[in-house]
Ligand binder design. Structure first.
Ligand SMILES: [Fe+2]
Length: 325
């Protein structure tokens, strides 16, 4: 049966190397309109064959759109096995998580946000919570995450894990609360998909009034996207909606203040802002170290975040800095 090229999704060859068996049918592109089936679902992964493709400068193999989530699921299953492996260190686990998040975001980029993709994101963040329970050092964690050069997913994993670290420092213990924080932290920027990428990449200072309005709509767009799935907890939607608010009413889109903000948002918006300052993302003109970011929030921005959450973040950064010294 002829394959419609519009029904196929390209996946980098290196992403096939982790499994034992091909989870789905895999196709090779011969021309813009012609694809051939090169491996059936269930067939063993032939590493030699994949190497040969790479040597011929073939960068991607293709799977059917309907099979794409099975492919991501396989990646997550493998990540899950790796993450529960006691011999794998925190550094490697943080990288496995960042890669898993990158795959989920890639699926989101290529297709509509669906309950499958949401559940995959949830699996990743459940592992973020497990990683934090291993009590990782913040600076090591950030270094491991950023080494992979997956900026958006690195930012998402860092926001998710740091939100959980701050909550634990505040002695928040309820597992449901911790899971929602981790999930909200990972999904804060889903609404950016609906904002033109050339605007998202710009520095805030370079945006026109209209561009700024479009950018500042992403928290609302993200909240609406999650709400439309009908399975996302309200607390997670509130986190996404409020993740650019701040305690003094100078955030966006609603200029809320500390008293009216959702308690979980207070933590995630601080973690997200800290990661904005320390990551190479969204036209960030200066990438700060962790302690420079804390100093900047305190001295230049005038402590616009919830005081207890900020004190917890500061303590986490200071502990980590003193270990590194
Ligand atoms: Fe954002």
């Amino acid at each position: 049966m002829a394959i419609d090229p519009n029904d196929l999704v390209g996946i980098p060859i290196k992403d096939f190397i982790t499994g034992k068996n091909m989870p789905v049918d895999v196709h090779l592109k011969l021309s813009e309109t012609k694809f051939i089936l090169v491996a059936k679902a269930g067939a063993p992964v032939d590493l030699e064959q994949l190497k040969r493709y790479e040597n011929k400068s073939i960068e991607e193999l293709h799977v059917h759109k309907d099979d794409y989530s099975k492919f991501i699921d396989q990646g997550l299953r493998i990540a899950g096995i790796l993450l529960s492996h006691k011999d794998l260190d925190e550094h490697k686990k943080a990288q496995v998580l960042t890669k898993a998040a990158a795959n989920v975001f890639q699926a989101f980029d290529r297709m509509n946000f669906s309950p499958e993709i949401y559940n995959q994101a949830k699996t990743v963040t459940e592992n973020c919570v497990k990683l934090v329970e291993m009590k990782p050092d913040l600076l090591h964690l950030l270094k491991s995450i950023t080494e992979l050069n997956q900026n958006n997913s690195a930012h998402a994993i860092a926001t998710s894990t740091l939100s959980v670290m701050i909550a634990k420092k505040l002695d928040w213990v309820a597992p449901a609360t911790i899971e929602k924080l981790a999930l909200g932290g990972m999904l804060i920027d889903v609404g950016q998909k609906e904002v033109p990428p050339e605007i998202v990449k710009k520095r805030r200072i370079d945006m026109t009034h209209e561009e700024r309005q479009a950018f500042e709509s992403h928290p609302y767009r993200g909240a609406m996207l999650l709400q439309s799935l009908n399975i996302v907890p309200d607390d997670v939607i509130a986190i996404v909606y409020e993740h650019h608010e701040n305690a003094i009413g100078q955030g966006f889109p609603r200029r809320l203040k500390d008293l009216t903000m959702h308690p979980l948002s207070k933590v995630v918006c601080l973690a997200g802002s800290f990661c904005d300052l320390t990551f190479d993302i969204n036209g960030n003109d200066k990438i700060r170290t962790a302690s420079e970011a804390v100093h900047y929030i305190q001295k230049t921005l005038g402590q616009p975040f919830n005081k207890q959450a900020f004190a917890a973040l500061k303590e986490i950064v200071e502990d980590s800095e003193s270990k590194a010294a």
